[in-house]
Design a protein around this ligand. Structure first.
Ligand code: TXA
Ligand code: MG
Length: 337
């Protein structure tokens, strides 16, 4: 199949939305922009359409999908109850990069939820995503639009790099604004339970609802992952990634040792650190945690095994989106030194 490229520019947006909405209604798979990363969308009520998403990504069938909707009316159609604290969170953060896991009314196809009895729901804030969801009037199941295991896509080109020829169309809405996936919260208990960190932090959630629990995943082996996706290797670049703790001197030392061993080393660092490093291939993530989050997946995707053997990445402060950045890097890393 030839993947249709649909421009999200002002002059094309009306035609793009109407074509993308009809493709979705016909059971086709369409890549589309969200504020976090690009999604790979399909009609969540159609088992056959959703099966195409799993096939295109090579995604394990036990890993459920997030259902994207345009508004709160659609939420009530999908879940059996909306706890009071979810109403508060919806007021504070939706539309936006936050996903709520709630008891499912089972209105979506079985393969969306991997038989869990709960459904993950999110109202994205990207204007193109919202327009598309309003136009098709369907709940849209959409994982990140990458081949399973690779970094999530933050541009339409990333989606084409992974999935060209395997999906009906891609809607180009420019670079994703946030760059890391939504904060996922299990809302089936008495207090919200953060399963995946994102740009909306546990502290920000606690500030509006009081109590919040956070799944501690870094470095722990979990027997039964709360969120099935957490057990799979993610975000891996083409060559091994080594995450380095410590200051710039230690970072430079790790690079020197690898280079002495004959390795071609790439350094994934902030602009500030880049200025202090010499004689290495430097991939500059920019300055400030929000910018680093926005550039992270493009940087991981730019690593090619034709010119590098290994990539080393510095550690970032655990403030704001920094925790989500470090969570993704920890999962991408082959080694942490
Ligand atoms: O920002 C995002 O969330 C992006 C954009 C496209 O919206 N989507 C995304 O989807 O990151 P995906 O499939 O890559 O990650 C969804 C995560 C997985 O870890 C999955 O296991 C978890 O959400 N999940 C989905 N439904 C769940 C459920 N019912 N219970 C627990 N975890 C669930
Ligand atoms: Mg994903």
């Amino acid at each position: 199949m030839k993947t249709k490229y649909l421009s999200g520019e002002k002059d094309n947006i009306a035609a793009t939305i109407s074509l993308a909405a009809s493709l979705l209604a016909e059971g086709e798979v369409v890549g589309f922009p969200t504020e976090t990363v690009y999604g790979l969308g399909a009609d969540a009520t159609s088992e056959a359409a959703v099966a195409k998403v799993f096939a295109a990504k090579g995604r394990p069938s036990d890993n459920p999908l997030i259902v994207h909707i345009a508004d709160r009316e659609q939420l009530v159609d999908l879940v059996t109850e909306v706890p009071a604290y979810v109403e508060v969170l919806l007021d504070a953060f939706s539309p936006g990069p936050i996903t709520y896991i709630l008891p499912s009314k089972e209105r979506v196809a079985r393969n969306v939820t991997a038989g869990l009895g709960t459904v993950a729901v999110r109202i994205p804030s990207h204007p193109v995503a919202l327009e598309l969801l309003r136009a098709c009037k369907l709940p849209i199941a959409a994982p990140s639009a990458n081949v399973s295991g690779k970094p999530s896509p933050t541009t339409a080109q990333h989606v084409l790099d992974d999935l060209s020829g395997k999906i009906a169309a891609i809607v180009d809405g420019g670079s994703a604004m946030v760059g890391v996936e939504s904060t996922v919260i299990d809302c089936t208990g008495a207090v919200p339970f953060v399963l995946r960190l994102g740009s909306i932090t546990a502290e920000e959630i606690a500030a509006v609802v009081g109590d919040v629990k956070v799944l501690n995943v870094a470095g722990t082996e979990m027997d039964i992952p709360k969120s099935p996706g957490l057990k799979y290797k993610h975000y891996a670049p083409e060559v091994p990634l080594i995450l380095v703790n410590g200051d710039v001197d230690r970072f430079a030392e790790v690079i020197r040792d690898l280079e002495r061993g004959g390795q071609r080393v790439g350094a994934l660092v902030s602009s500030t650190t880049a200025k202090k490093l010499r004689a290495v291939k430097v991939i500059d993530l920019g300055e400030g945690l929000d910018t680093i989050a926005k550039n992270l997946y493009d940087a991981l995707r730019s690593v090619r095994k034709t010119d590098l053997d290994v990539v080393v990445c510095e550690s970032f402060p655990l403030d704001g989106v920094g925790k989500a950045i470090m969570d993704r890097l920890t999962r991408a890393a082959d080694d942490i030194v």
